[in-house]
Design a protein around this ligand. Structure first.
Ligand code: F6R
Length: 609
């Protein structure tokens, strides 16, 4: 999703801005631009549809230079991807602005500004902001006052950074609903939507809070809260993670991240000291909350939602706690009735997903006893705003398709089921068995990665297909959903998942030789039921691709292609089958030649509704 980088320094900053944009490329975007105030106090601008490389090329042919500047990668919301709609937007050669988020009242503001004589050259919602800011500085307000007056008129979500040629040493910025951090340098200051963009220049960051406005110059920073009062915000040092942005010997981040899973899973489980999982790993006060918890409500989006669906089986089976799971964009707008003493659990790799954040923010205080987030990014909005937090240790995930973040979320949920189970009389033997399972999981994933070549061979059968069906039963049904999501998002093959028992209630009508049917078939108590469902597919001429436990009794035959999976205890099966399905979608996408790490139309961190 859109990325912001801004800098104000005593040195020339164009290369810092460009490097910041390169580091934000993983978030997904369709156009890029930057504006600098040159040493003659003129606004200089480059913006293009396409990759940051187009901007680099323009910069090498016709350099624009300056000590103050703003830059942006845009992921289109209002107005198609084009140079005209790319940011920065400019008002009367004086103000330049970059924006992440969506302004909901842009149509009405546009009318007002048109009547005041402003001309619009783009189809974006952002352009109203730049003209509003211009209008206020033109009326005599200073940059801070103008930004405060501007944001007071905006409805929606925004992170903004702006420059004014009349104040060539300043960048003014504001946030509400979209993330923005200040990078603190020595004699220079920076802004970005993500710390990664600025790790090239600093490791000291201030996470702006909702409704903050900040004025940055090379000499210092002044932050004001939503009421316009000057405030101090804590500065944090950020370490680690930079090396995660290095591809090493891998062709794609997705493959690198799939292969990092044994380490990520072990690191996440290692949060429990000496492997003894209890409430304290979920934060101070978790023990009191868990002692009172009588139900769990999980809310998330996309892949994180699938982790929640898996968790429901564990929380009900292991901890004996009733559990509901819902996608955040539905949950947030629904009139709800909760069980007494329900714990709200949000799940998010980025910790910034707009719908999940809104679900947390708009939950009524009396609805839940507490909120717990399972997230992968420290200091993200969900982490800062939840009562309790569990940080997975996946390390930075750059591929848009979530892989290691998902499997570490599963580890976090198993640990949650254990911790809640302990409160509710889970037997010592079962606790022991789960802990041993968690300890053995990284090795099992390593064994699964060894069948990569066989999965690659199988993937060739998918590349000419337009549709695929994924089947699972019980806890493997959400794993089938995750497999289908991975395939559709990176290879653009339409894929659907069904609980296998539902086949004859409709989807069987789709089955023919052109519809590959992928089945998740561990050796569990539902295996025989699943086999009967797969027979229904075979007898209608469907081609089966069965990911099956070695001992599940499947053999290769015409129309049945079997991938032998390592034998695993039932509780670990969802993780290893996920890894195999991740590899399947990776190889299909690779052979189709799609952009594996940055699939079309998708963004890594979905900070708009
Ligand atoms: C799919 C994928 C998305 C995210 C979803 C939520 O591979 O990555 O479906 O899972 O956008 O994002 P987070 O987990 O950051 O809240």
């Amino acid at each position: 999703m859109c990325g912001i980088v801004a800098a104000t320094a005593r040195r020339e900053v164009s290369e810092i801005l460009l490097e910041g944009l390169r580091r934000l490329e993983y978030r997904g975007y369709d156009s890029a631009g930057m504006a600098l105030i040159d040493n003659e106090q003129r606004l200089q601008l480059h913006k293009y549809q396409g990759k940051v490389s187009a901007l680099e090329e323009a910069q090498s042919l016709n350099p624009i230079l300056g000590c103050t500047g703003i830059a942006h990668t845009r992921w289109a919301t209002h107005g198609q991807p084009s140079a005209a709609n790319a940011h920065p937007h400019i008002s009367r050669q004086r103000i330049a602005i970059v924006h992440n988020g969506i302004i909901e009242n842009h149509a009405e503001l546009r009318e007002d500004l048109r009547e005041a004589g402003y001309e619009f050259v783009s189809a974006t919602d952002t352009e109203v902001i730049v003209h509003l800011l211009h209008r206020f500085v033109h009326e005599g307000k200073d940059l801070l006052g103008a930004m405060q007056a501007t944001v007071a008129r905006l409805e929606g979500a925004y992170a903004l950074a702006a420059t004014d040629v009349e104040h060539p040493d300043q960048v003014v910025a504001a946030r509400s609903g979209s993330p923005l951090v200040v990078g603190v340098g020595i004699g220079e200051n920076f802004l970005a939507s993500d710390t990664l963009a600025l790790r090239q220049v600093t490791d000291r960051f201030i996470y702006l809070e909702e409704a903050d406005v900040v004025v940055c110059s090379a000499a210092g920073l002044a932050i004001y809260d939503g009421a316009g009062e000057p405030v101090q915000r804590e500065m944090k040092r950020v370490s680690g993670d930079v090396e995660d942005a290095d591809l090493g010997d891998y062709e794609h981040y997705m493959l690198k991240e799939i292969y990092e899973q044994p380490h990520a899973l072990a690191a996440t489980f290692a949060k429990a000291s000496a492997g003894d999982v209890d409430a304290s790993v979920f934060g101070d006060g978790a023990a009191e909350v868990f002692a009172q918890t009588q139900a769990v409500q999980i809310v998330a989006c996309g892949t994180s939602y699938h982790a929640g669906l898996v968790a429901r089986y564990w929380l009900e089976d292991i901890a004996g706690v009733p559990c509901q799971v819902e996608v955040a964009s539905e949950f947030r707008y629904r009139k709800r009735v909760s069980h007494p003493n329900t714990l709200l659990v949000t799940v998010s790799q980025s910790g910034e997903t707009a719908d999940t954040l809104a679900a947390l923010r708009f939950a009524a205080p009396e609805e839940f006893i507490a909120s717990l987030v399972i997230a992968n990014v420290d200091n993200s909005s969900l982490v800062r705003e939840s009562d309790l937090a569990f940080l997975t240790r996946a390390g930075m995930e750059i591929g848009v398709a979530s892989t290691k973040a998902f499997t570490t979320q599963l580890v976090a949920f198993l640990m949650l089921a254990l911790a809640l189970g302990k409160e509710r009389g889970l037997s010592v033997e079962r606790q022991q068995c789960l802990k041993e399972g968690l300890r053995d999981l990284p090795d099992l994933v390593k064994q699964t990665l060894k069948i990569d070549a066989a999965i690659e061979d199988m993937s060739a059968a998918f590349i000419q297909k337009h549709h695929a069906l994924f089947l699972g039963r019980g806890i493997q049904y959400p794993i089938a959903m995750e497999g289908a999501l991975k395939l559709k998002e990176i290879s653009y093959i339409h894929a659907e998942a069904y609980p296998a028992g539902e086949l004859k209630h409709g989807p069987l009508a789709l089955v023919d030789a052109d519809m590959p049917v992928v089945a998740v078939a561990p050796n569990d108590e539902l295996l025989d039921k699943l086999k009967s469902n797969l027979e229904e597919v075979r007898s209608r001429g469907g081609e089966l691709y069965v990911f099956a436990d070695k001992d599940a009794g499947f053999t290769d035959e015409p129309g049945v292609h079997v991938l032998a999976m390592p034998h695993a205890p039932e509780v670990l099966q969802p993780v290893i089958y996920t890894v195999a399905l991740q590899l399947l979608s990776y190889h299909v996408a690779l052979q189709k030649g799609t952009d594996v790490d940055k699939p079309r139309n998708l963004a890594k961190s979905v900070t708009v509704e």
